[in-house]
Design a protein. Sequence first.
Length: 213
Amino acid sequence: MRILEGRAADNYVRKLEQRAQRLDALEPRVRRTVQSVRRYGDKALRRYAERWDGLGPGDAVRVPESEMQAALRASSRELRSALETAAGNIRNFCEWQKPAEWAREKQGLGLREALIEAGAIRLRPILMTTVALIAGMLPVALGTGEGAQFRSPLGISVIGGVITSTLLTLVAIPTFYEILDEWRTSFARRFGMRVKQQTAEYPVPGLAPEAGD
């Protein structure tokens, strides 16, 4: 750092003033360029790249991967190490943000284990909804007084329907699904068809892949 005095300081101040004047003259051009890119997108960006950066008519606007690899190889070892560490941290952070169910789903589960686990995951919200509806309709179902004979059947119907739908969701539908899946597997094997049993998008472990998969 150096301290300017006298004529040197005056000259430096005038130089800064001239630079500010040039920036003021350039500001409208920069604003027009930015507005043009926002309005016309890639067309405006390509036009400016051809004018200022020497981009050819058949050249791509994006930076080729080969140039990025060359720039990475030309960088210092410390920079490459820092970039690899940052990339690893980003990947780990993305993995941490995924629900735990995704990790179990990726590992693959048998059909029965998947149904049991799905039922356990959805049990609490389903029971909370069921209890809330039943508690809200109990005064209507047990109500007395004028007009109770008209409102009571409605409350009883709603409570019965909620209990029935809960049992269907947690017990009947998973059971029927497993039975139908066993029928499908047996039918396919009996007629020599390929069995493709999966949990979500991942193969269930324990089933040997057939030829051609």
